[in-house]
Design a protein around this ligand. Structure first.
Ligand code: GEK
Length: 243
């Protein structure tokens, strides 16, 4: 049964920076479903997009895989001989639980390698699909271009990066609308004002959102021929970038 997220339900004396530790792993499916608008749609549609771009005898990457939701969705959809999935996360607790979930997945025979590592240290090569579903936002700003360039270099021609992010807006009215609507979404999913506010503080120095235009400019600077937003719900977007 899905364990419900009550990590910020009681008042805390000190709010520490958010970490993907065992406590978070325990409640993660509930937390992400109730916090990210459109999460289910994103996961299932990323599988569809991955199937469109995956090529035979290449790697598909799930960078910042957490418990492997994207990996499992890609695995269900991809049907290319010699294609495998490499799923990477630097939280040992996530990878350990992800291994257990993967064992019970009978959806296909596509090989999956789960790796506990920093995505900045792992080689990306012969890739047809690279997914970062809400991971780049945790990488320090000054290191983002290097990572996106490495992904670009590792992708085969005509192949794809799918990049989902929480974003910010430069116009105050737009920013307020999207942030308030996101908080309404969380309230509607049972989070209290205190939970919303404590979680916000915990993420403040850890999750750094950027504007959609900043992401698109970086993708262009890295060399991508084309990028577009294919999904948006409030301040949560997903972009596709084709090499
Ligand atoms: C999903 N994609 O369910 N190297 C490797 N992993 C990292 C790094 C890093 N440098 N920084 C953060 N992570 C998932 C959801 S969650 C998003 C992704 C969220 C990992 C971190 O350990 C966590 O598991 C994941 O990126 C971000 O579709 O919780 O907002």
């Amino acid at each position: 049964m899905r364990k419900s997220d009550d990590i910020y339900a009681s008042p805390l004396n000190e709010i520490l920076d958010f970490r993907f530790d065992e406590r978070v792993v325990d409640v993660f499916p509930d937390m992400i479903q109730r916090s990210v608008p459109g999460y289910g749609t994103l996961i299932s549609t990323i599988g569809v997009l991955a199937a469109k771009y995956a090529q035979a005898n290449t790697h598909c990457y799930d960078l910042g895989c957490s418990l492997g939701a994207v990996t499992l969705s890609m695995r269900q959809r991809i049907n290319q001989p010699g294609c495998d999935i490499i799923a990477i996360d630097n939280s040992p607790a996530m990878i350990e639980r992800g291994q257990q979930l993967l064992k019970s997945d009978q959806s296909s025979t596509i090989p999956v390698k789960l790796v506990c590592a920093d995505i900045q240290d792992v080689a990306i090569e012969n890739a047809s699909v690279v997914v970062m579903n809400f991971t780049l936002q945790f990488i320090p700003l000054e290191q983002r271009l290097t990572l996106i360039k490495r992904i670009y270099e590792g992708l085969n021609h005509g192949c794809v990066l799918i990049l989902s992010e929480k974003v910010a807006f430069d116009e105050e009215a737009r920013q307020d609308f999207h942030v308030d609507s996101h908080h309404d979404f969380k309230r509607a999913n049972g989070y209290s004002d205190m939970e919303i506010s404590q979680k916000r503080s915990a993420l403040e120095n850890v999750l750094i959102p950027e504007m959609i235009a900043t992401h698109q400019q970086r993708l262009k600077d890295a060399g991508f021929a084309f990028s577009d937003v294919w999904f948006q719900c409030f301040n949560f977007v997903s972009l596709v970038a084709v090499k």
